[in-house]
Design a binder for this molecule. Sequence first.
Ligand SMILES: NC(=O)c1ccc[n+]([C@@H]2O[C@H](COP(=O)([O-])OP(=O)(O)OC[C@H]3O[C@@H](n4cnc5c(N)ncnc54)[C@H](O)[C@@H]3O)[C@@H](O)[C@H]2O)c1
Length: 459
Amino acid sequence: MRRKKIAVMGIGYVGLSFAAVLSNCGYKVFAFDIDEQKVDLLNKGKAFFSEKGLDKLIASGVKKGNLIGTTDYEKYLKNADIIFSCVGTPDLPDGSSDLSFVFDVARIVSQLAKDGVVYVQKSTVPVGTGREVMKVVSQENPKLKFSYVSNPEFLSEGSSVYDTFMTDRVVLGSDDEKAIEYVLGLYKSIQECSSIVNLKDVSDFAHIYRAKQNGNEIGFKEVKTSLESAELIKVTSNALLSLKISFANSIAILCDEVGADINEVMDGVGMDKRIGRSFLYAGRGYGGGCFPKDVSGLLSVAKKHKINLPIMEASVSVNEHMPELIIDKVKKKLGSLEGEKVALLGLSFKPGTSDVRRSPALKLAELFVKEGCFVCAYDPEAMDEAKKELGDSVIFMSSTKEAISECDFVCIATEWPEFSEFDFSKITIKKKLIVDCQNRLDKEKVKKQGFNYIGVGRA
Ligand SMILES: NC(=O)c1ccc[n+]([C@@H]2O[C@H](COP(=O)([O-])OP(=O)(O)OC[C@H]3O[C@@H](n4cnc5c(N)ncnc54)[C@H](O)[C@@H]3O)[C@@H](O)[C@H]2O)c1
């Protein structure tokens, strides 16, 4: 059978991970972006961000000649049997989604794709966008025969390679059942793909290998729906996850008042099978390139349809308040923060990634600076990205130890394991205070070591 040729449009966090995996499963992948730097890096076998195992997959795809980074649509797009659109959908100042990149791609597809192409939307878009995209393609090129499928992406940064190989569900929404089966076949082939087994000696892939050995192949659930339902499944999933975090934070605020510990409370609550433990973690709130914009996008679509979603408005408001709440707790303990030197550990929006988009850790940095602190910041992976955002407002250090040296207090803003494993008792922390924004330290142990401890909901 002829190998399918695949176009991935937009090689950001989603597109690059997907393209790298496909190219290691025997497909010829044309990876398009308008950002030449990203394309050049890909062709050199590298990702523009840090993600476990990704560089190795890109290098192997490029070496095999299966992964071609390009900005040249005219030359390559006509070859594609299937097109995955993975461009960004950031939010606009009014909270609605900026769909300009999505429609740019639609116009390119209309002009350059071949007849019979399957056009798959992986970007997170507001419900109703798919119909608009189909309309644009047909208006721009009435002769083009194409099928359109909504296939929202659920990967998490920090585990994007694993999530792509071992996805737990594939959602496909379309009017065209044949196109749904076509895309489904591609996903099955990814899960059957054995090339990863050849990489079993590489530690980055060991967990994927183990999962496959345990018979987890083709483990995903197929969700075949209408176009509109598929679009809404994605946004609703992220809205509910963000809601769980804000819910945990709301209860954490009460815990502080009544002397309870949110970790103990949620451990107990999460044991109920109907509820589960995931995402019920209190802390400095959610961030990243998805939750904030997906929630504001949902609110915006609801507003367009004259529907109120007060529960989601509350979630946003709780989330935005969390970094300030933490600063207030520190001020309550230390008084004015003017001139204090804080070791700020963690800058990415979560561990396992270098992504700092909407990172609450950056918001904490800004708030500490506003209070007059000297901020000595360190992150294992996100220093370059954070420098672009924070400039010279903070001092960037080269290790956890260096950041803590001579500091007045420590603030762990992102729960990288190396911070919770660090032995703080071996270093002088002048004001004897550790702020554990993500509640990952053993509170009693920290107190026994003679430190004051501030968590979120861990009175
Ligand atoms: N990052 C995640 O964890 C994640 C998870 C699930 C879903 N999503 C969704 O997937 C989509 C992509 O997210 P991302 O984080 O990868 O975004 P991103 O901003 O990292 O990447 C988007 C890329 O698209 C490129 N682009 C813009 N216009 C283009 C064009 N005309 N042709 C080719 N490339 C073009 C940009 O240069 C950029 O490199 C978004 O809708 C997002 O909500 C993201």
